[in-house]
Design a protein around this ligand. Sequence first.
Ligand code: ADE
Length: 224
Amino acid sequence: MRIDILTVLPELLESPFAASIMKRAQDKGLVEIYTHNIRDYSTNKHRNVDDYQYGGGAGMVMSIEPIAAAIEKLKSERTYDEIIYMSPDGELLEQPLCNTLSLKGNLMILCGHYKGVDERIREHYITKEISIGSYVLSGGELAAAIVVDSVVRLIPGVLNDETSALTDCFQDGLLSPPVYTRPPEFNGWKVPEILLSGDSAKIDQWREDQAIERTKLKRPDLLK
Ligand code: ADE
């Protein structure tokens, strides 16, 4: 998979992909992640990428020219399966969307700032708009990092034990059951007996029951 991210703040996207699973996925050649500074496509002598909004009102709008130039350049080099715009009014990011995106080849992600991008970008270039939740961030970069992380970890071969993505929270529409590690007792607080029993059928049943209980308690909406 190849992911191209268009941003005015590329430095915000350095550390999220420079460690742990995201780094390993790139080192293994399973994903290539590139950031592109939209300012590099500004023809303005001050490298401006925003302007006042038509009709008046507070807040700047990201200009169409540099973004269109960046998108056109990338599109001339390869075909994109999706050109995504990060926006609080987009489709809510949930596990099924992550699963779908993990099967794609080339993704482009545009990070918004200020009051947003000139609407013509959305109309003519964007194929999918994604929100990570009903709150407003200062820009789309952190949201884009979340999309990339949640998608890349699903690419086959990225996680060492592939089943661990399959048993993730939400993959079966349920929250994950509780987990424990050594010691078996701490401060008198014991690990559930069944997990020490060695009876894998019983353990599987217990985990499923716990997942259902937990989901009923914490996220009953998932069971509807
Ligand atoms: N940009 C600003 N807020 C956002 C959000 N909640 N989701 C995606 N992109 C955003």
